[in-house]
Design a protein around this ligand. Sequence first.
Ligand SMILES: Cc1ncc(COP(=O)(O)O)c(C=O)c1O
Length: 385
Amino acid sequence: MPVYMDHSATTALSEHALREMLPYFREEYGNPSAIYSLGQTAKNVLEKSRQRIAKFIGALPTEVFFTSGGTESDNWAIRGVCQRRRDKGRHIISTAMEHNAVLRTLQQMEEDGFEVTYLLPDHLGRISPEQLEEAIRPDTVLISVMMANNVVGTVLNIKELAKVAKRHRVLFHTDAVQAVGHIPVNAHELGVDLLSLSAHKFNGPKGVGALYCRIPNPLPPLLTGGGQEKGMRSGTENIPGIVGMAAALEDAVSSLQDNTEYLKRLQDRMISGVLEIPGVRLTGDPENRLPGFCSFVVEGIPHSVYVVNEMNERGFCISSGSACSAASREASHVLLALGYEKHEAGASIRITLGTDNTEQDVEDALAALRASVQKARTESPSMAF
Ligand SMILES: Cc1ncc(COP(=O)(O)O)c(C=O)c1O
């Protein structure tokens, strides 16, 4: 088995989540809309899961809508607000370092007549409240800023940014897909109107997530049909997935402090070890970053895939910038937004540690990385270091 160090791409399903999910595949498989008891059992566990999830993200159960994951939640939040508010204004504010689930949706909104201001983060991936305030216009209807970045791990000050939005009565959405289960997230305390989360980032199953929606006149329905999710998102609910998400989130939240301490220790060792390799620099905010998140620019290589492949040969799963662009050779749009040169943005690696990693794994990965960087530098074409 390879040593998995790409936990911000996805995580393994926890034993607890699997155990809770299993009965809902073959024994308690009823449709929650059915009135006989098999259906009602499913309905009960659906609402119980909603209550559990709401509690863990500081929300009311009525504010939680289940989706197929982070991408769907982001799409729904943005499209929904634009559809509902287009008569009030056609200006959106976001950042140039969002996940493509947000960026590509915003591009579609632009094609549909909206104007988008993309705030440029500073070199560490931060957005200031002043910067946001300056961009707000009378016709701004939505602000969408991620809570934690998936390429450099910077954690943003969403509470302060949401305060600015509130002062100007603009709806605020945050993509908290990388944050939920890894740092404290309380929707009410943050003061956001919409928040996206995804189960597979915190040891839950893939293909299930949620959208927190505080606004009283909610979004238009995402999917129309049988009227599930209070008519907002039709389709028979993914009961095993939703149960698994609740179980995984319970574990993540209840062990958050212990996990954070452990991951910070591994992270410190990993970062200091990697920075001993000449020509390697840390990316993102050294202080406010996700626990276990290590990201670097490696000089002297044409592209990060050379290092990622070398690490793979040595039995380690790490990623190049971001999983969704791993197959392409494009430079990371996030690093470009942070002010890195194109060749640097193409040579970024991301090592994201999880609680299944040990101190020995980190030492072994460091040795493998030293060898991999050296090999990539000597064997890859051009780019002498
Ligand atoms: C910040 C961020 N937003 C959204 C997504 C998409 O989530 P999902 O894979 O659940 O669709 C990801 C996944 O990598 C992410 O990192």
